[in-house]
Design a protein around this ligand. Structure first.
Ligand SMILES: [Ca+2]
Length: 189
């Protein structure tokens, strides 16, 4: 009858529909992207691509490893100079220079000391740089290239004194005092 045929047809239809649905579900599950969020194993902003053997990570610069999680140590192949310390960064490195050195690789040596720095004037003597030659300008009472020699002491006021600096570093010292008047015909009392 028509009713039986209709029932048979609708049963067949629902069977094929449910079969198709479950098949498509099965296929969908199989085809779920291995790079989809939640499954993507690639780290550090690396790019994930699906291959027949699974996900493959293309690392961002500076990272290595199957999942790109390893920050490659660029200091393994570095050019820091003059004993500089290499500091690893992402996709590069920096050099920490010894004192005085500069430049990206610490290749620039410190500037040579100025003539006045080399002169090392003593006893508070100011230094003048004249045509690349340093000249120590000794304060009154001092002489010598570096004004290192105390040559006169004036006892004009009651509180005058003789200052000897850095005495504890002297192994021994002979101090000779020659007393004289400032005037040619003065009298010492
Ligand atoms: Ca690195």
């Amino acid at each position: 009858t028509f009713k039986t045929k209709y029932l048979y047809f609708s049963l067949l239809l629902s069977l094929s529909v449910s079969l198709a649905l479950s098949l498509s579900g099965l296929l969908c599950e199989e085809e779920e992207d291995v790079c989809s969020p939640g499954r993507n194993p690639c780290q550090q902003h690396s790019t994930c691509s699906s291959t027949t053997t699974g996900p493959r990570c293309v690392c961002a610069p500076g990272f290595v490893g199957d999942d790109c999680s390893v920050n490659y140590d660029e200091c393994e192949d570095q050019d820091c100079q003059n004993g500089a310390v290499c500091v690893d960064q992402v996709d590069g490195y920096t050099c920490t220079c010894p004192q005085g050195y500069s430049g990206e690789l610490c290749e620039v040596p410190p500037p040579p000391p100025s003539p006045c720095e080399r002169a090392r004037c003593q006893n508070s003597a100011p230094c003048v740089d004249r045509a690349s030659t340093a000249l120590c300008q000794c304060l009154p009472g001092f002489e010598g290239v570096r004004c290192e020699k105390l040559v006169s002491v004036n006892f004009v006021n009651r509180d005058s004194y003789l200052q000897l600096s850095d005495l504890k570093n002297w192994p021994q010292a002979n101090i000779t005092l020659q007393v004289s008047t400032a005037e040619d015909n003065g009298i010492l009392l």
